[in-house]
Design a protein around this ligand. Structure first.
Ligand code: PBG
Ligand code: ZN
Length: 336
């Protein structure tokens, strides 16, 4: 018992850090890390027809949406304070040529046009630029017919064509997630030559080959049909290679550098933050979201406090932009 009458046996002296934890206002005053809703980016899975829309089993609380559904959802989210979105397209059909992914009338360009028409500058529309959801075999690039090896330069050039269709439709930011070497430079050149030098590139610069993408691949139907993505995504053991990837993408003209996943890679976020002056984004991926929801479903924790702790860790590590499926539920809970 701490009582003035009793002798003081604990020689705490002058050092009593607990003084600053005494009450909520004091804790708020000295908080070193602050989250704000303007940092949040909400991902969306956009489908071509109503038959493909509906709840996503792997991501509790989230749904695949048609374009009208997307517009409706974004209007509701805007009212909550979500002003940035990241679009993933789920095409009705897949091919091996890449024509579907690079179709100017494809699902993502259509969705971008619809959002821009409805919301204009009130909503920042970012698009994921990749091919895995559009190619029959589910890889992010084109495999060599004889060896199955994912070819780099033809894939990077194709990615640039995909990015161009998104930017021409009015995307505010294009975000390549494929991890082909040189694709940021290829996209920058093609956008610039098309008069789109004002469109920024948010690069999935430091993207690891992660088991945490499982729920996303179910949501997007983008799991590779053969092999895995380890010949292009980073080995989780390699932080130094991550720094190299970030530096290369910056030199190729990336405007924002992303680290993905986030939770198991907070050291990488901190490293990238300390080495660049560009904005740094963290992708709080599908498996990180699902873990939180499964814990809550098992009665072992609360979604909001778990999610806030995770996102706070990412900001404390150095991320300024948070791509997170939690965005809507956090704002609904009015904690941000
Ligand atoms: C596609 C892509 C993936 C994610 C974003 N873009 C999956 C992958 O690379 O297999 C993962 C997002 C998530 O897990 O939330 N290139
Ligand atoms: Zn991909």
């Amino acid at each position: 018992m701490d009582s003035p009458d009793e002798p003081l046996f604990v020689p705490a002296g002058m050092f009593r850090p607990r003084r600053l934890r005494e009450n909520p206002l004091m804790r708020e005053l000295v908080a070193e890390t602050r989250l704000h809703r303007s940092q949040l980016v909400m991902p969306h899975f956009v489908v071509e027809g109503p038959a493909a829309a509906g709840p996503i089993q792997a991501l509790p609380g989230l749904s695949r949406v048609t374009i009208p559904g997307l517009v409706e959802q974004c209007a509701a989210d805007l009212a909550l304070g979500i002003r940035s979105v990241l679009l993933f397209g789920l095409p009705a059909g897949k091919d091996e040529s890449g024509d579907i992914a690079a179709d100017p009338g494809g699902i993502v360009p259509q969705a971008v046009r619809a959002l821009k028409q409805e919301f204009g500058a009130d909503l920042l529309v970012m698009t994921d630029v990749c091919q895995c959801a559009y190619l029959t075999h589910g890889h992010c690039g084109f495999p060599d017919a004889a060896t199955g090896r994912i070819q780099n330069d033809v894939s990077a050039m194709q990615l640039a064509r995909v990015a161009l269709t998104h930017a021409e439709a009015g995307a505010d930011v294009v975000a390549p997630s494929d991890m082909m070497d040189g694709r940021v430079g290829a996209i920058r050149l093609l956008l610039d030559s098309a008069g789109l030098s004002h469109v920024p590139i948010m690069s999935y610069a430091v993207k690891f080959a992660s088991a945490y993408y499982g729920p996303f691949r179910e949501a997007a139907g983008s799991a590779p049909g053969f092999g895995d993505r380890r010949s292009y995504q980073l080995d989780p053991r390699n932080g130094r290679q991550g720094r190299l990837e970030a530096a290369l993408d910056e030199s190729e003209g990336a405007d924002i550098l992303m680290v993905k996943p986030a939770l198991a890679y907070l050291d990488v976020i901190a490293d990238v933050r300390s080495r660049t002056d560009l904005p740094v984004a963290a992708y709080n991926v599908s498996g990180e979201y699902a873990m939180v929801h499964l814990m809550a479903q098992a009665g072992l924790g609360e979604v909001v406090s778990l999610a806030l702790e995770n996102l706070t860790g990412m900001v404390r590590a150095g991320a300024g932009i948070l791509i997170t499926y939690h965005a809507r539920e956090l704002l609904q809970a009015q904690v941000l």
